[in-house]
Ligand binder design. Structure first.
Ligand code: SAM
Length: 188
């Protein structure tokens, strides 16, 4: 495997992601992408608020089996208010990504000092309590785009690009970068 770093070398902070407003019939693809970004960019868990979506679980399980990440959890049907409250009570920082928030570059140094961070992303309209309960409302630019891009840019700024070298020692397959074509190595 090419030179890479483990999740332990990437942390702290430990990152978990809370996905609000998932609608199984409409958001399967975008929520899957939120989960894939979270895993690939060094988060330990994604919580899906309120709903359980079996198809999402199957998709993610296949990715984890092939590409690794046994430490990564997908937890569905979570009560978001309870999670946010418990996270804060246990000393964690809650960062809500919203186009209305403070610029990422103004706050990222402070976020980096936290031991663990719960990153909250929405779908359609995010309820008022999230803005109030979050320790920080953070904008990735003040234009509307997407929870997938917001999460990716946030994690990349937080980790200063180091997350792109993350490796998954339990992977069944990994990629050898190449200028042309596809080089994939199957382990064991
Ligand atoms: C389709 S957007 C919803 C935009 C919506 N108008 C709102 O209330 O923010 C879904 C999610 O993407 C994230 N998002 C979109 N644009 C963002 C930005 N510029 N900065 C940070 N997060 C953003 C937020 O988490 C938002 O809840």
């Amino acid at each position: 495997m090419q030179s890479c770093i483990t999740i332990e070398q990437l942390e702290p902070p430990e990152i978990h992601v809370l996905r609000l407003g998932h609608r199984p019939e409409r958001d399967k693809r975008i929520t899957t992408h939120v989960i894939l970004v979270a895993r690939a960019f060094g988060a330990r868990a994604v919580y899906i608020a309120d709903v359980v979506d079996e198809k999402l679980e199957q998709t993610v399980r296949k990715v984890l089996e092939t590409w690794g990440g046994k430490y990564f959890s997908l937890i569905m049907g979570v009560n978001p208010r309870k999670l946010v409250k418990e996270w804060k009570n246990s000393g964690g920082t809650v960062v809500h990504l919203t186009m209305y928030g403070l610029p990422i570059d103004e706050v990222v140094d402070d976020v980096r000092k936290s031991k663990k961070v719960l990153v909250v992303v929405g779908a359609e309209k995010v309820p008022r309590w999230v803005f109030e309960e979050a320790d920080l409302n953070v904008a990735i630019g003040n234009q509307p785009h997407s929870e997938v891009s917001a999460l990716a840019v946030f994690l990349d700024r937080l980790r200063e690009g180091r997350e792109l070298s993350l490796c998954f020692p339990d992977a069944k397959m990994y990629i050898v970068p190449s200028a042309k074509g596809k080089k994939v190595v199957r382990t064991g």
